[in-house]
Design a protein around this ligand. Structure first.
Ligand code: GLT
Ligand code: MN
Ligand code: MN
Length: 386
């Protein structure tokens, strides 16, 4: 019943299952695997797709011959397993050249190199079939605000995005961009720190229709925000192109925990939202196994992400079919239609009539909304006692 199938669109990045357990305080706890080996691992656990940064697949210093050999092995693994590549992205954070940003570096040579690297990486992604291209600007930020003008940084970022949109159009690629926000880490502060900032930024681009967002659970939770509200805003704006699922305790470093492992309730509302609105994009698990695990543990981690999603999907269907819950919801949204005349398009007459309408504030506010009961029914349902 909770077996992942291709139609569930579960994907993982090479950097997720390929995470070797390094952290700022300690070295790797797992040996590294080749991209092809990771594809076989994903095939084994039942994932639909694999995503990559240019340098997850091809090391930054690889020769053309080395790159060709890696691509050949990777392609074979994809063919053998049926795993597809729906998304790709650029590593604009790992190399020391990006220590003060990529598109927003003060150094024009760095900015130009970042655009060049992204064009090459777009070519690579498209070569393997990617239709979504993620931009996570991990180094686009500051430690000290004496170092650069935020206004310049915003302009440079816009210039880069406009240039890259034109590149995609020029090449005739069927590719959309998805911008991923994060408030901090690795920079002390990152520009466009939340999905809301990204949505506002996108509207200032030359081709806003090509650009959406890739919200990540952990990143909005780091900022202390309600993830579902961010996702809903992106969805309502037609901008939910991709999503990064994982989990996170608020106010901490980016933990990238297994999906649903820390805040089941938030994960439930998220899955329910995605399923209810009919989101058709990828369910990308941007998380990694605990540092304590070997590769059997990595498989447990990957299987766990997908299993939890499917269990929550099942719970969402149960919620929608629960007569008591639905009756409560109907009651709170019940409407006698008497206010219809005041909504919709503005007219002076309507405004005047609304001004003249009397409201019995005491009577209206005296009604209990029964959200306590509703929430407890949700808890009962999630804990399996309903
Ligand atoms: C990095 C980051 C993620 C981004 C990836 C895409 S890389 O691991 O923490 O949130 O989605 O660049
Ligand atoms: Mn993260
Ligand atoms: Mn992410």
């Amino acid at each position: 019943m909770y077996t992942p199938k291709p139609e569930h669109k579960f994907t993982f990045g090479l950097w997720t299952v390929g995470n070797i357990g390094r952290d700022p305080f300690g070295g790797p706890t797992r040996e590294s695997k080749t991209p092809a080996e990771l594809v076989y691992l994903l095939g084994e656990v039942g994932a639909y797709g694999v995503n990559f940064h240019d340098n997850d697949l091809i090391p930054i210093d690889a020769t053309l011959t080395e790159a060709d050999a890696i691509k050949k092995d990777f392609r074979k693994a994809l063919d053998d397993t049926g795993v597809v590549v729906p998304m790709a992205t650029t590593n604009l954070f790992g190399d020391p050249i990006f220590k003060d940003g990529a598109f927003t570096s003060n150094d024009s040579k760095v900015r130009a190199y970042a655009i060049q690297k992204t064009m090459n990486s777009i070519d690579l992604g498209v070569e393997f079939g990617a239709s979504n291209y993620v931009f996570w600007g991990g180094r686009e930020g500051t430690e000290t605000d004496s170092s650069k003008s935020t206004v310049d940084a915003i302009k440079w970022n816009r210039e880069a995005m406009n240039f890259l949109c034109e590149y995609v159009l020029d090449k005739g690629y069927d590719l959309k961009f998805a911008l991923e926000a994060k408030p901090n880490e690795p920079r002390a502060d990152i520009f466009n720190p939340t999905t809301g900032h990204m949505l506002a930024f996108i509207e200032t681009l030359d081709h806003p229709e090509m650009v959406g967002v890739n919200p990540e659970v952990a990143h909005e939770h780091m900022a202390g925000l309600n993830f579902i509200h961010s996702v809903a805003q992106a969805w309502e704006a037609g901008k939910l192109f991709h999503i990064d699922l994982n989990d996170q305790y608020p106010g901490r470093y980016d933990q990238d925990l297994r999906f649903g492992s820390r805040d089941i309730k938030a994960a439930f509302y998220l899955v329910k939202f995605l399923e209810d609105v009919g989101y058709e994009g990828m369910r990308h698990f941007d998380a990694h196994a605990y540092r304590t695990e070997d590769y059997e543990g990595v498989k447990d981690f990957a299987r766990g992400c997908m299993r939890t999603y499917l269990m929550l999907k099942d719970k969402a269907a149960q919620f929608n079919a629960d007569a008591e819950i639905q009756a409560l919801l109907e009651e709170t949204t019940a409407d006698d239609g008497s206010m219809d005349q005041y909504f919709g398009k503005y007219s002076a007459a309507k405004a005047q009539a609304l001004k003249a309408q009397a409201f019995d504030r005491t009577a209206i506010s005296s009604r209990g909304l029964q959200y306590e009961r509703l929430d407890q029914l949700t808890i009962d349902l999630l804990l399996g006692t309903r």
